[in-house]
Design a protein around this ligand. Structure first.
Ligand code: ADP
Length: 398
C-alpha cells in the first residue's frame, strides 16, 4: 500500500488524529495531535513522531474551526508538509460501539454506516460524534477506504455469564448485554505482552486501563474473559467524573422519590460523580493529590478500594492470575495510587517493589512475587492503524 494511514478519534468536542507511514507492512508514526474545544474555544495541539510537542496553528485571532469537518481540514492543512506529497491511503476510525455482532474491525460502506447509526441509542454520548467524524472524512477523502475499529469488539469473546445481566433472556437477545469498552487498548496491551513474552501472553492477565475513563479486563490466552464495564461506560470502577458501579435501585429512587429527571440523573452519573464528585476538587488525579485533605482522601481511597476489588473479582473469573498490567494516564503515572490499589492483594500473590513503583519501571512487582505487575503505555491509535492496514491489505478483518 502506498501512502499513509490516518487514524481519527472523534469525540464530542475534540478530533484526535495520528498518522502512520507504512513501509513493508510496518507502521512508523509521523505525528499525532488533536483539535480540542470544538464548539467552544478550539485549540490545536500536535506532537511529532517521538511524541514531542510541536508548533500548531493558533486561532487567537480568529479562523477557528466551527465543527468536526472544519477541524479535519485544519488537521490536513497542518499535516500536508509532513506528508511530503504522500497520499492518505486509508483512514481508521475509533468507533465506540459495534453492537453485539462486530467482533472485529470492518470496512465502512453505506450498509455499515446505517448499522452503526442504529447503535446510537446504546452510546448516545459518543457514537454520533464517531459517525460525524466518518462522514467528514468521507467527504474530504472521496474513494479512500475507511475502517471502523470498535471499543466493544475485543470483548465479544467473553463467555455468556460475563456478557449477561440477571434478566430474562429476551433482554440479552435485544442487546441488553455487558459490551465492555476500551477494547482497542486491551487488544494492544494483550498483543504487546504476547510479543514480549509469549508464555505470559498465553496466560491470565488483568489489565487495568485507568485514565479519565477507567475499566479493567480479564484476558486469558489473549482473549477477553470479562470486563468491569457493562452496557454503558458507567459501570465498574469510579472514574474522573463517572460513578462506576451503582445499585440500579438508586436510579429508581432518585427518579421516583427524589423527583430528579432522567436528564438530571444522567448528568450526575456521567459528569458530576466519581473522583470529581467525591473529592469536590477535580476529576484529575494530579490536582486531587496536590490539593489533599478529606475530599481527596475520600475520592482516592474509594478509587483504590474499587480497583483492588475488581482485580480480585476478575482474577476469580479466570481461576487465578499471572500478571497485572497498569496502563493509561493513572495506570502509567500515579505511583501512589498503584501502591494503594495493590495493598491488601498479597493473598493473590501481588507484592510491589516500592523503588520500582516509584520509578514507574516497566515491571514493578517485588522480586520473587507470584504475580508479575507491569506498567505499559497503551497505544490505541497504533492498534487502529494496524487493524486498518490489515483490513485494507487482506480485504477483511484479521
Ligand atoms: P483519557 O481517558 O482522557 O485519555 P488519560 O489516560 O490521559 O485520560 O488519564 C488522565 C488521568 O491520568 C488524570 O486523572 C491524570 O491526573 C492522571 N495522571 C496523568 N499523569 C499523572 C501523574 N504523573 N500522576 C498522577 N496522575 C496522573
Amino acid at each position: 500500500m502506498q501512502g499513509v494511514v490516518l487514524v481519527l478519534n472523534a469525540g464530542s468536542s475534540s478530533l484526535k488524529f495520528a498518522v502512520f507511514e507504512t513501509a513493508e507492512g510496518r507502521l512508523a508514526p509521523l505525528g499525532a495531535g488533536q483539535v480540542e474545544g470544538i464548539g467552544a474555544t478550539p485549540r490545536f495541539v500536535a506532537k511529532d513522531a517521538a511524541g514531542r510537542p510541536v508548533a500548531a496553528p493558533s486561532w487567537d485571532a480568529g479562523g477557528a474551526p466551527a465543527n468536526h469537518a472544519a477541524a479535519l481540514d485544519a488537521i490536513i492543512a497542518w499535516l500536508e508538509p509532513a506528508l511530503q506529497g504522500r497520499p492518505v491511503a486509508a483512514i481508521g476510525h475509533r468507533v465506540v460501539h459495534g453492537g453485539p455482532e462486530h467482533a472485529a474491525p470492518v470496512p465502512i460502506d453505506l450498509h455499515v454506516m446505517a448499522e452503526l447509526q442504529e447503535l446510537v441509542p446504546l452510546a448516545p454520548l459518543h457514537q454520533p460524534h464517531n459517525l460525524a467524524g466518518i462522514a467528514a472524512a468521507a467527504r474530504r477523502f472521496r474513494g479512500v477506504p475507511q475502517v471502523a475499529c470498535f471499543d466493544t469488539a475485543f470483548h465479544r469473546t467473553q463467555p455468556f455469564f460475563a456478557d449477561t445481566f440477571g434478566l430474562p433472556p429476551a433482554f440479552h437477545a435485544r442487546g441488553i448485554r455487558r459490551y465492555g469498552f476500551h477494547g482497542l487498548s486491551y487488544e494492544y496491551i494483550a498483543r504487546r505482552i504476547a510479543a514480549e513474552d509469549p508464555a505470559l501472553g498465553a496466560g491470565r492477565l488483568v489489565v487495568a486501563h485507568l485514565g479519565n475513563g477507567a475499566s479493567l479486563c480479564a484476558i486469558a490466552g489473549g482473549r477477553a474473559q470479562a470486563s468491569s464495564m457493562g452496557f454503558t461506560a458507567l459501570d465498574g470502577v469510579p472514574m474522573g467524573t463517572r460513578c462506576g458501579q451503582l445499585d440500579p435501585g438508586v436510579v429508581l429512587h432518585m427518579i421516583d422519590a427524589m423527583g430528579m429527571s432522567t436528564a438530571e440523573v444522567a448528568r450526575l452519573l456521567y459528569n458530576d460523580s466519581g473522583l470529581k464528585g467525591m473529592s469536590g476538587i477535580s476529576h484529575d488525579v494530579r490536582a486531587i493529590e496536590a490539593a489533599g485533605g478529606e475530599g481527596a482522601e475520600r475520592a482516592l481511597g474509594y478509587f483504590a478500594y474499587r480497583v483492588r476489588r475488581e482485580i480480585a473479582a476478575l482474577a476469580t473469573c479466570m481461576g487465578g492470575l499471572d500478571a497485572l498490567v497498569f496502563t493509561a494516564g493513572i495506570g502509567e503515572n500515579a505511583r501512589g495510587l498503584r501502591a494503594r490499589i495493590c495493598e491488601g492483594l498479597g493473598f493473590l500473590g501481588i507484592a510491589l517493589d516500592p523503588a520500582r513503583n516509584a520509578a514507574n519501571a516497566p515491571e514493578i512487582s517485588a522480586p520473587g512475587a507470584a504475580v508479575r505487575v507491569l506498567v505499559r503505555a497503551t497505544d490505541e491509535e497504533r492498534m487502529i492503524a494496524e487493524h486498518t492496514l490489515a483490513v485494507i491489505a487482506e480485504g477483511g478483518p484479521r
